[in-house]
Design a protein around this ligand. Structure first.
Ligand code: THU
Length: 130
């Protein structure tokens, strides 16, 4: 297995961040992830005048994942407006869990961690079939 190019993934996330629509929070976010077939998907936050309707960057990412052929997320990174690594919010950890499961690797300010450490004892698709 070849080593994952986290720097490249971060560059894609930073590029997505540059296209964020965040006029209300002034806090642009970009995300990128590697898919198990080698694709890279990304997203940026898209806010709304009705504040609660704002979409996190991860919403765009999972939408692109599904709309470009599906698959499983294997590696994920998230950056803030300075391009620095950011932890995904709680709701978005759940979005990522759906498509990456507990073994999805996240780049965090505390190093590379599996999603199982960022969202312990997660509720997920398996609960609905057991
Ligand atoms: N935000 C994301 O896009 N993803 C996260 O994981 C953290 C928060 C966005 C939502 C909102 O547009 C802005 O950051 C400030 O909370």
């Amino acid at each position: 297995m070849t080593a994952v190019d986290w720097e490249k993934l971060r560059t894609v996330a930073q590029d997505a961040m540059s296209r964020a629509y965040a006029p209300y929070s002034g806090y642009p976010v970009g995300v990128a992830a590697l898919v198990d077939d080698g694709r890279i998907v990304s997203g940026c936050n898209v806010e709304n005048a009705s504040y609660g309707l704002g979409l996190c960057a991860e919403c765009g990412l999972v939408s692109e994942l599904q709309n470009s052929g599906g698959g499983r997320l294997t590696h994920f990174t998230c950056v803030d407006g300075k391009g620095d690594v950011l932890v995904p919010c709680g709701r978005c950890r759940q979005l990522l869990y759906e498509f990456g499961g507990p073994d999805l690797l996240l780049e965090t300010p505390g190093g590379i961690l599996p999603l199982s450490e960022m969202l312990p004892q997660a509720f997920g698709p398996d609960h609905l079939t057991k």
